[in-house]
Ligand binder design. Structure first.
Ligand code: SF4
Ligand code: SF4
Length: 102
């Protein structure tokens, strides 16, 4: 059976754009894609409970908890996939975790 996704992608690629041997010579970056669209669960930051301990930021596998000047900021929902690891890591109940409603 033909893979529709691959077929769709192939229609957009000109053979002149393909490298010899199909070698991939540039790096990819998840930041170029809004992978947060996959999310079925959503973390919510409860700012007034947050102690800025920063235990949540380094455990996020998608780097979706930005930190500026030693302070965490709002979730990057474009890339958060809703795994819930930050929710588990927060010792102050400053993150709620519920079904995505979008
Ligand atoms: S739910 Fe997962 S992906 Fe989203 S911010 Fe928390 S740890 Fe990162
Ligand atoms: S782990 Fe909880 S209290 Fe600590 S910075 Fe993250 S949200 Fe705030």
């Amino acid at each position: 059976m033909k893979n529709k996704t691959v077929s769709h992608i192939n229609e957009k690629i000109n053979w002149k754009d393909i490298t010899p041997g199909g070698v991939i010579n540039v790096s990819g970056s998840a930041h170029e894609f809004k992978t947060g669209d996959w999310r079925t669960m959503r973390p919510e930051w409860i700012q007034n409970k947050c102690k800025q301990c920063l235990l949540c930021a380094p455990v996020c596998p998608d780097s979706s908890i930005p930190v500026e000047n030693k302070q965490r900021e709002e979730f990057d929902y474009d890339h958060c996939k809703g795994c819930g690891v930050c929710f588990k890591a927060c010792p102050f109940e400053a993150i709620e975790f519920a079904k995505e409603t979008k």
